[in-house]
Design a protein around this ligand. Structure first.
Ligand code: NAP
Length: 282
């Protein structure tokens, strides 16, 4: 039987309706949630991402400010802008679109964002809070994955979750969230020997490498939940994930498509984090 599809667009619609309702309630109290998005440089993919984030804010009652700067902006100027936004009471979330140009130290920039406005959840104190089980902000992509598992009532507690990819923005926080939900975790990286040996043991398989078709059908345990975070282009330039989707969906129990899976959930959870940052200021 083919896998059931976890539809990120549909789930996002439901969650965004709740965001819009709560944002309107806050606005009525004179506290409209506000997000500032900073883009430095002309990276075409980043331009699309920030446009989508700003539009999602507008559609759901969140005030948004997009600040675009040239690629040669100095690190000092960027830090100054962040300091101003930290002090701006209309702004509850600050997002600096990554990657930044090479002359800017992205760690320094992320640490400059006030932790209580760090809606991406990348600040070191937010990473520490997540690690110790007291998250203030959950990073948006892994948070979205948790909502997808919740949407199918998946019994995460006691399940074996295998995460392929160990980045600070996806793989590692995903592992922490699944661990805190009671799963047993395996994290794989580019040095992992015999990836399939690990993935075949997964009840929940989260793949986030940026390597097209890194997970094929023979690497999936029958009935597993397969969450594909990857975003790649196929030979025809069409968006695709890290999982060989067609054959994999013949083996998995549940699967997320690309596009229409994790991508929209990431933006939705950014809205949720911004909304909750604003709610906390009341
Ligand atoms: P990243 O920083 O490049 O990290 C990739 C991770 O994959 C690294 O930990 C790397 O291992 C691991 N990896 C690479 N080759 C591997 C292999 N052969 N076997 C096992 N692990 C391997 O990427 P990222 O930022 O996490 O993003 C990953 C993918 O998700 C990208 O396609 C990105 O576009 C996509 N993404 C999508 C969303 C969304 O909203 N849908 C959000 C964020 C990211 P090492 O640690 O050993 O280098």
């Amino acid at each position: 039987m083919p896998a059931q599809i976890i539809n990120g667009n549909l789930l996002s619609q439901q969650l965004r309706a709740d965001v819009a309702r709560r944002a309107a309630a806050l606005t009525a109290k004179g506290r409209q949630p506000g997000l500032a998005v900073i883009l430095v440089g002309e990276n075409p993919a980043s331009q699309v991402y920030v446009r989508n984030k700003v539009k999602a804010c507008e559609d759901n009652g969140i005030h948004s400010v997009l600040e675009k700067y040239p690629a040669d902006m100095s690190e000092a100027d960027l830090l100054q802008r962040i300091a101003a936004l930290n002090a701006d009471p209309k702004i509850h979330g600050i997002l600096v679109q990554l990657p930044l140009p090479a002359h800017i130290d992205s760690h320094k920039v992320i640490e400059a964002i006030a932790a209580e406005k760090d809606v991406d959840g990348f600040h070191i104190s937010n990473a520490g809070l997540l690690m110790t089980g007291q998250p203030l902000f959950r990073p948006c992509t892994p948070y979205g994955v948790m909502k997808m598992l919740e949407s199918i009532d998946y019994p995460v507690r006691g399940a074996h979750a295998v995460i392929v990819g160990a980045s600070n923005i996806v793989g590692k926080p995903q592992a922490m969230l699944l661990l805190q939900a009671g799963a047993t975790i395996t994290i794989c990286n580019s040095k992992t020997r015999d990836l399939g040996h690990h993935t075949r043991q997964a009840d929940i398989l989260v793949v986030a490498t940026g390597k097209r078709n890194i997970v094929t059908a023979d690497m999936i345990k029958p009935g597993a939940v397969v969450i594909d975070v990857g975003m790649n282009r196929d030979d025809n330039g069409k968006l695709c994930g890290d999982v060989d989707y067609g054959p994999a969906s013949e083996v998995a129990g549940y699967i997320t498509p690309v596009p229409g899976g994790v991508g929209p959930m990431t933006i939705t959870m950014l809205l949720v984090n911004t909304l909750e940052a604003a709610e906390r200021t009341l």
